[in-house]
Design a protein. Structure first.
Length: 102
């Protein structure tokens, strides 16, 4: 998982072409009584300008959650990098490991 203590890397990850990601996974669930939608996208980072040793894939995991009382929607986005290829770490597997997407 990439945190705010690595701002340059986080900026590069945010700017990757996520709309072109073909590897995707989404799941709906209820967490603490609130409806949630969680989604994960993964990109192979070869040739995308990610200068991080050993990085093979990058993932963007998003969680949308509605407050049952107010209806207010919140979003949380997590970025991650891994040295595992897509054959060993699908978006579903990455999401399960980082945010509990099933």
């Amino acid at each position: 998982m990439v945190n705010n203590n690595q701002p340059s890397l986080l900026t590069v990850l945010r700017s990757l072409p996520w709309s072109r990601a073909n590897a995707r996974h989404a799941a709906r669930s209820r967490g603490h009584g609130r409806p949630e939608l969680r989604g994960a996208k993964a990109l192979t980072v070869d040739g995308l300008g990610l200068d991080f040793p050993g990085a093979v894939q990058s993932a963007r995991i998003m969680r949308f959650r509605a407050n049952a009382a107010t209806g207010r929607l919140t979003r949380k986005t997590i970025y991650a990098i891994t040295d595992l290829p897509s054959t060993q770490a699908s978006p579903q597997q990455l999401g399960e490991n980082l945010l509990g997407i099933s």
